[in-house]
Each structure stands twice: as structure tokens, then as C-alpha cells.
Design a protein around this ligand. Structure first.
Ligand SMILES: Nc1ncnc2c1ncn2[C@@H]1O[C@H](COP(=O)(O)OP(=O)(O)OP(=O)(O)O)[C@@H](O)[C@H]1O
Ligand SMILES: [Mg+2]
Length: 321
């Protein structure tokens, strides 16, 4: 048995450019560069689970075909103990010439933003030393954490959070392959819980499908333990209409029934505010209050007291105060 296939994020990792969803611009650019058989150094920047590592793998497989393993080195900046290890590995790898028609090898450096500025300076010199034999593909969540001299040596490509419209087809493909059913509402819930991270979507799907072969919104919500948007909307409606007690009761109910943490509730509230049918100015005020409470929660304040304070704030805001 192929054990790697039992983890769906690997099994359903796209193997061709056209299988990646939601990153059309980036994919088109990278595909064209790859076809020219001569890529520059690349910096992939963007949120988790949006396809950065996947695209890097597709590039090397396209470039090198069956000899890709010999021509590809993957390093993780946050695992490797310091820049010296990275440099030594690069040196060892870059010493021998590339096999086949492509005149360079590819080094993928994951989580490059985990390197300190000093380490990045060292990396920059390494890049210069091996430019004739190696191309670097780096990935990071925030390009602002990468020093300018590295950025300027790379073509910077920005990955986006996945959008709702991007995910349907791939989810249905997985469902069909694995033999379970998934409805529109469940897909909506998956999207809500994923925050644009496809890895999270697939993990939630695999967890749900291991429980039932009919994946429902309820199941997803229970597993992702984020509060249901509908319930949160009820809480907000009560608060804004001035009914503090009902709002508080409903909130408690959601928190205890689904065992959702205070910070997850805050995130759900934050999202729901923008779906409310109220004045934009009020949305801004509510968002500001939510941010303040989120900060207090992170600092360790009692979550029930803080959430009650938030609801009280919403009641006042609803009255225009
Ligand atoms: N754009 C996408 N299209 C299709 N599947 C995707 C996409 N992005 C991610 N996935 C799925 O999520 C998994 C994780 O993606 P990947 O490893 O490329 O994320 P990443 O952007 O490198 O994230 P991280 O910043 O956490 O390293 C993939 O195996 C794939 O199954
Ligand atoms: Mg990655």
C-alpha cells in the first residue's frame, strides 16, 4: 500500500499547473518561465495552504522530468539548524553539475522568512556564489520579512487566499474519488472554516469523511469547532436590537454546545459583522470593538467577561452611542 496516499493533502496535491486553483496569474507566469527552461530565482509569498510548495514541485518535475530528484534540494529554513547548515547543504548539492538538459539545479527553501536578517545576508552571498549552477525558489508568508537584496534578485510572486469560487470543483473531485457525498452547505462551511487555506479544507474533509460518508455542514462545523455563522448572526442581531440578555444567552449556548473558544467566537463575530445589513459606519465601530476585545483575550483576560463586555458594546453601538 502506498502509505503517503492515505494523507489526502498529499494524495490530492496538484501535479500539473492546471490543477492548481485560484492562483491563475502566478501560475501562468511560472508556467511560461518553466517552459522557457530557464527560470530566474523565485520568491513565492503568501498565506499557508495556498499552493506555494506545490507549485515549486510542479516546476522541478516539469523541468527535469524523471531526474527531478537528483536535481532538486528542499530545505526548510525553520527546521535546519541555522544558516551554516543551509550553506553547507547548498555547497554540497551545488558542487556537482546538473544532470540532463537543464544547466542548473533547483534549491527550494521553504519558510525563508524564518531566517534572521543576518542569516539572510549570508544566504544572499550563497545565492551569488552559485548562480551559475543553481536557482533558488523560496517561499515565505510575508515578503516584507525578506531583505531587499534577496527580493531584488528574485521574481516575487504573490499567492492569494483561496476564494469561495475556487474550491468547489476540487472538493467534488475528492468526494467522487473517495466515495462520499458533500452538499453546497457543507462546502460553504468548509470554506468558512478554512480561511482561504486549502490544506485545512482537505484535512477537514478527510476527518469528516472518516466519520460519515455524507459530509454535512453540521459535521464540518463540529469538527472545525468554529461557531456557525447563522448562530453568530442571531447573537449580533439581538445585541444590535438592544436585547442584551437574549444575546448573552444565545452566545453562551453556542460556546457551551459546540465548545468553541473565546478567540474563535471573536473570529466568527468579526466575519459576520461584514455580512450584517447595517450602516458601514456601524460596521467599522463594531470591528474596532471586536479588535479591542480580541487583544484582551490574547492577553489572558476571562473570555466570558470579555465577550459580555463586547455584547454590551454592541448594544450601545446599536443605539448610536
Ligand atoms: N491552489 C491550490 N489548488 C489546489 N490545491 C491546493 C492549492 N493550494 C493548496 N492546495 C492543497 O493544500 C495542500 C498544501 O498546499 P501547499 O503545501 O502547496 O501549501 P503552501 O502554500 O506551501 O503552504 P505553507 O505556507 O503552509 O507551506 C496541497 O497538498 C494541496 O492538496
Ligand atoms: Mg509550503
Amino acid at each position: 500500500m502506498d502509505t503517503s496516499s492515505s494523507i489526502w493533502t498529499e494524495k490530492y496535491r496538484p501535479k500539473k499547473f492546471e490543477e492548481l486553483v485560484g492562483q491563475e496569474e502566478v501560475v501562468k507566469k511560472v508556467e511560461n518561465l518553466t517552459k522557457s527552461m530557464n527560470i530566474p530565482h523565485l520568491l513565492f509569498a503568501g498565506p499557508a495552504g495556498t499552493g506555494k510548495s506545490t507549485l515549486a514541485l510542479i516546476v522541478v518535475k516539469e523541468l527535469f522530468g524523471s531526474t527531478w530528484k537528483e536535481n532538486y534540494l528542499e530545505l526548510n529554513a525553520s527546521d535546519e539548524r541555522g544558516i551554516d547548515v543551509v550553506r553547507q547543504k547548498v555547497k554540497d548539492f551545488a558542487r556537482t553539475k546538473a544532470l540532463g538538459n537543464v544547466p542548473f539545479k533547483v534549491i527550494f527553501l521553504d519558510e525563508a522568512d524564518a531566517l534572521t536578517r543576518e542569516a539572510q545576508q549570508a544566504l544572499r552571498r550563497t545565492m551569488e556564489n552559485y548562480t551559475s549552477t543553481c536557482r533558488f525558489v523560496m517561499s515565505c508568508n510575508y515578503s516584507s520579512k525578506i531583505i531587499d537584496p534577496i527580493q531584488s534578485r528574485c521574481v516575487v510572486l504573490r499567492f492569494k487566499l483561496l476564494e469561495r469560487k475556487d474550491i468547489d470543483k476540487r472538493i467534488r473531485l475528492i468526494a467522487e474519488n473517495e466515495g462520499f457525498s458533500v452538499g453546497d452547505e457543507a462546502i460553504e462551511s468548509l470554506y468558512e472554516a478554512s480561511e482561504g487555506d486549502f490544506r485545512r479544507i482537505i484535512n477537514l474533509l478527510q476527518a469528516s469523511a472518516s466519520i460519515s460518508n455524507s459530509v454535512t455542514a453540521d459535521l464540518i462545523n463540529t469538527l472545525s469547532a468554529s461557531a456557525k455563522p447563522k448562530d453568530i448572526k442571531v447573537v449580533l442581531d439581538y445585541a444590535l436590537s438592544g436585547d442584551f440578555l437574549k444575546a448573552k444567552e444565545k452566545l453562551l449556548d453556542v460556546m457551551l454546545r459546540d465548545s468553541v473558544s473565546g478567540t474563535d467566537i471573536i473570529k466568527s463575530i468579526q466575519k459576520e459583522i461584514w455580512n450584517l445589513d447595517v450602516d458601514p459606519e456601524l460596521k467599522v465601530r463594531l470591528t474596532e470593538k471586536t479588535g479591542e476585545i480580541e487583544f484582551r483575550l490574547v492577553e489572558g483576560s476571562d473570555e466570558f467577561i470579555q465577550l459580555e463586555a463586547l455584547l454590551a458594546g454592541f448594544v450601545m453601538a446599536g443605539r448610536g452611542k
